[in-house]
Design a protein around this ligand. Structure first.
Ligand code: HEC
Ligand code: HEC
Length: 420
């Protein structure tokens, strides 16, 4: 029974798809472009529903922006904006905009898009033949989005997913054991967790950062009103009770990345950007998680819970690399006199090294390295989560040589530099 329903729906989907692109809708000869405009274009402007554009443009772009109060105004403005092609109406740029669909189109947005497309195409075909419209002059107000192009680009879904990948997905390896449905099945039945409990926290969609982001928003784990209070951040950073315990420290690089993404995402959703200057700057480095572990031993107990960062430089020729090749940042365990963390490989954004980096696959190659250690003894990152450890926090450095196996056993172990 279910199978039959499924089959029927797919056939209908396929059929409407064919209609959309190959069979042109018939235009009744006696229908004027004005009738068409009033019947099919104006309602789009008045509709409380968002247009198809918002599937990719999360802020500032809507088909409604392109529709004026009258037919003349709309036509003249679209024409002077280069969005209507007088000689080849079916090639008008506004139609290209409407036709753009994501790879996986939902049936509802497909319907909306089809309706918009057919309405505009039918109207433009008639309108270009109307001498009265061809003579219409556009006023001072150009229709279309009022935001600068840079803002339109910044708030596009594809760009947002790229930022999600850089800031959050690049370290998803810290979360997947418990939050990916592919890896958390062994949690069912343990500590009284039912299958439903485990399914309820399976917000990772394997190999699909875009769907994972949608899932995090739908499940309320991203709070677009108070982004800093999103469970996605407060739980793993240890500001709220978390079944998985604290996964990264307040003020650490990961905390900064999570907050960068969440603040930007909320600003986009809430339409906060209107000027180029308001857009956040991209960090000039990109990084991904490796599976290589670094342990520093013999750290004085008084440094318990202080944030420690390592920056790792590779020997190239006779000197050290100018930029860091790896980094890691987390709290010191004073009781055990040690610090341990998995390292991230890191590189300048546009470098050849950055282009080759893959989460959980990239490793630091064998070689000779300089490890610089920074410790936040005065807890500056706790008071200001954006504070960057620098010269003031430099603690010492250690050189290492050789291969470095991924995994916990054994980690790479180094001795903390001795200080008075
Ligand atoms: C499937 C995703 C998608 C949909 C749906 C979509 N766009 Fe776009 N849009 C893009 C992409 C990709 C770009 C290119 C952005 C860039 O250059 O960085 C873009 C760019 C734009 C720009 C910037 C100017 C330009 O020519 O590049 C405008 C304006 C625009 N789209 C309007 C619209 C309108 C209006 C709609 C709805 C009718 C729409 N878009 C629907 C993906 C989409
Ligand atoms: C060792 C297992 C484990 C790891 C690893 C882990 N978590 Fe969790 N997480 C849990 C458990 C168990 C819960 C459910 C109890 C709770 O809400 O704290 C949870 C809940 C959450 C929730 C709320 C989910 C919901 O829908 O209610 C979020 C968000 C979350 N974790 C984020 C993260 C992030 C981000 C990471 C990686 C940086 C991470 N967790 C790593 C075990 C883990």
């Amino acid at each position: 029974m279910n199978f039959l329903i499924l089959k029927k729906c797919c056939l209908v989907g396929l059929f409407s798809g064919l209609l959309f692109y190959s069979v042109s809708s018939s235009i009744a000869d006696d229908e004027s472009s004005l009738d068409l405009f009033q019947k099919r274009i104006s309602p789009i402007l008045r509709s409380p529903k968002a247009s198809s554009c918002v599937e990719c443009h999360l802020s500032g772009v809507d088909l409604k922006n392109y529709i004026g109060k009258t037919e003349e105004e709309t036509f003249a403005s679209l024409r002077s904006g280069g969005l209507i092609d007088m000689n080849n109406p079916d090639r008008s740029k506004i139609l290209t905009f409407i036709k753009r669909a994501p790879e996986k189109e939902s049936p509802i947005s497909r319907e909306v898009r089809k309706k918009e497309f057919e309405a505009f195409r039918a109207w433009i075909r008639l309108a270009v033949r109307d001498p009265k419209l061809a003579a219409a002059k556009s006023g001072n107000d150009q229709l279309g989005p009022t935001l600068p192009l840079e803002v339109i680009r910044h708030t596009r879904k594809g760009r947002i997913v790229k930022s999600f990948v850089e800031n959050i997905w690049s370290e998803i390896g810290r979360c997947v054991n418990c939050h990916s449905p592919e890896l958390n099945r062994n949690k069912i039945g343990r500590n009284g967790h039912t299958k439903e409990d485990v399914d309820a926290i399976s917000w990772v969609v394997p190999r699909n950062p875009s769907a994972t982001l949608d899932m995090l928003v739908e499940s309320g784990n991203i709070d677009t009103d108070k982004p800093q209070l999103s469970s996605l951040l407060t739980k793993p950073v240890g500001l709220e009770k978390h079944g998985g315990g604290p996964k990264f420290a307040v003020g650490s690089r990961t905390d900064k990345n999570y907050r960068r993404f969440l603040n930007d995402y909320a600003a986009i959703i809430n339409g906060k950007y209107s000027k180029l200057e308001q857009l956040p700057e991209e960090p000039d480095e990109v990084a991904v998680l490796t599976k290589q572990q670094l342990r520093i031993v013999d750290i004085p107990a008084r440094l318990d819970k202080k944030l420690l960062r390592v920056d790792i430089y590779k020997q190239l020729g006779r000197g050290w690399s100018k930029t860091r090749w790896a980094t890691a940042e987390s709290l010191i365990n004073g009781k055990r006199h040690m610090w341990q963390n998995v390292i991230l490989v890191i590189a300048p954004r546009d470098s050849a090294r950055a282009k080759k980096m893959k989460p959980n696959i990239s490793v630091l190659p064998p070689g000779r390295y300089l490890i610089k250690i920074y410790i936040d003894r005065d807890d500056r990152t706790k008071k200001n989560r954006d504070y960057q450890l620098g010269k003031r926090e430099f603690y010492g450095q250690v050189e290492i040589q050789g291969e470095w196996k991924p995994g916990y056993q054994p980690p790479k172990i180094i001795q903390a530099p001795v200080r008075d």
